[in-house]
Write a protein that binds this ligand. Structure first.
Ligand SMILES: Cc1cc2nc3c(=O)[nH]c(=O)nc-3n(C[C@H](O)[C@H](O)[C@H](O)COP(=O)(O)OP(=O)(O)OC[C@H]3O[C@@H](n4cnc5c(N)ncnc54)[C@H](O)[C@@H]3O)c2cc1C
Length: 281
């Protein structure tokens, strides 16, 4: 019977914000092992770059797809290709550039794996996952199923996957270009990201309200540098909350609350919250 590797971990080890308590990690390296892994309540983690996890951790199993779902090495320049959900996005963006393929440049600097990038429809104003995504393969109710991208209702930081679906692979379609032109577009994206903090964070905490930017709103309220414990509103970018060292989820939640109390517009969290009452799914 195909097995998953199971161990207790602290979720702060697997999140970019470096916050989050204990859980049972199920590292799965073949699709068949998902049958056993999904037999009890579970969650799926990608690169942990959009997660705020409670200090108490989560009672559910946390499934992570292992190396055999990372297809970066087999990407040799096809315009249309299936890639495993654990393929790292930064490597994919760079490799597409070297191969002269366009479509992923707008995702430069997003520290996700492909599964998490599709689940969030990650992107920037220069482009998002939905630009190239054609189809996904998900493991749901004990079987693999294929869904066309248009069934996922992809929108700003949103994809509608079936309840409990583990995204296993995604089919992307890239456009032929040449490495230099792709690089030029990446340089533009890179320049726009220059002001973002380099320390531990989970990217933008809040979604941008229609026609405005959460960073601008937080900045206008004079909240850059606001701090609870080791959690701080970044000095460089109002929508980034950084962990200066030993921030807890409790610190981060208090800081989010203070931001909400002191901003004029209701701000919706972009992060997924794990292990909290009434968490955003
Ligand atoms: C420095 C920094 C910069 C960032 N910049 C951007 C940016 O420019 N644009 C942007 O959109 N985001 C940005 N982010 C946020 C983050 O990278 C994205 O939201 C990304 O899509 C999350 O991917 P992940 O693999 O880390 O997923 P995780 O954070 O691990 O998970 C996010 C959600 O996806 C689900 N999920 C993950 N994998 C699977 C799977 N295989 N099957 C089913 N569900 C799954 C999880 O259950 C969870 O609900 C940034 C983050 C950081 C730290």
């Amino acid at each position: 019977m195909p097995r998953a590797e199971v161990r207790r971990i602290e979720l702060r080890e697997l999140t970019t914000l470096k916050v989050g308590g204990p859980a049972e990690l199920w590292e799965v390296d073949e699709v068949d092992a998902l049958t056993e892994a999904t037999a009890e309540p579970y969650r799926v983690i990608g690169a942990g770059s959009n997660l705020l996890v409670s200090d108490a951790g989560v009672p559910e199993r946390v499934i992570r797809l292992g190396r055999s779902f990372n297809d970066i090495a087999s990407f040799r320049g096809e315009r249309e290709l299936w890639l495993g959900a654990a393929t790292p996005l930064p490597g994919l963006v760079r490799r597409a550039q070297r191969l002269g393929l366009s479509g992923l440049e707008g995702l430069l600097g997003v520290p996700a794996v492909l599964g998490g990038a599709v689940a969030m429809n990650a992107g920037t104003r220069f482009g998002e996952m939905s630009d190239t995504l054609q189809e996904v393969e998900v493991f749901v109710n004990g079987a693999l199923e294929r869904l066309r991208a248009d069934a996922l209702e992809l929108a700003y930081r949103h994809a509608r996957l079936p309840d409990g679906a583990v995204l296993v692979r995604a089919r992307l379609r890239l456009a032929a270009s040449d490495p230099e032109r792709v690089q030029q577009r990446m340089d533009v994206v890179d320049a726009a990201r220059k002001g973002q903090p380099k320390v531990k964070s989970a990217g933008c905490a809040f979604k941008n309200p229609p026609g405005d930017s959460a960073g601008r709103i937080i900045d206008a309220a004079g909240l850059k540098g606001l701090r609870v414990g080791d959690a701080m509103v970044a000095l460089e970018h109002g929508n980034f909350i950084v962990n200066l060292g030993h921030a807890t989820a409790r610190d981060v939640c208090q800081l989010l609350q203070r931001i909400r109390e002191r901003t004029s517009v209701p701000l919706e969290l972009e992060w997924r919250r794990w292990g909290f009452e009434g968490e955003a799914a």
